[in-house]
Design a protein. Structure first.
Length: 143
């Protein structure tokens, strides 16, 4: 059992070590590059850790700003959508009232046209009747 437990301890220690270095890709690459530069410049481990922490804080701040900007644009889009919705509702109401008014005007125009047509036909009949009477009288006189 002791061999098993020692192997288990090594496995656990190895896993913990690999997990401690499992940083996001941007942090790993940047940290290793910066660490190499810092080692060349002679920075101490504490100074390197401080700079690493500053970069992480800047990254978190950047992500937070980005999230806030997105939230603001989301709210603006929502307000714009609401305004557009109200405008569309008003446009529909206006369109409906315009169509109703147009229908009423068309009905009135058709009524007037029908009435004119009826009066014209009545006048035409009277004129035709008079013409026939005159023709009969002329024919009778000619005989």
């Amino acid at each position: 059992m002791s061999a098993f437990s020692s192997n288990l301890k090594v496995l656990i220690a190895g896993t913990a070590l690999s997990l401690s270095f499992n940083l996001p890709a941007f942090a790993q690459d940047n940290d290793s590059d910066v660490a190499n530069d810092n080692n060349k410049k002679g920075y101490s481990v504490e100074e390197q850790n401080e700079k690493r922490q500053e970069r992480r804080e800047k990254w978190i701040e950047y992500k937070q700003d980005k999230k806030e900007d997105w939230q603001e644009t989301k709210e603006e889009r929502k307000e714009d959508w609401q305004e557009n919705k109200e405008d569309r509702i008003e446009d529909r109401k206006e369109n409906i009232t315009d169509r109703i008014e147009d229908r009423q005007e068309n009905r009135q125009d058709r009524r007037e046209d029908r009435q004119e047509n009826i009066t014209d036909r009545i006048e035409d009949r009277k004129e035709n009747r008079n013409n026939r009477q005159n023709n009969r009288q002329n024919n009778n006189q000619d005989r």
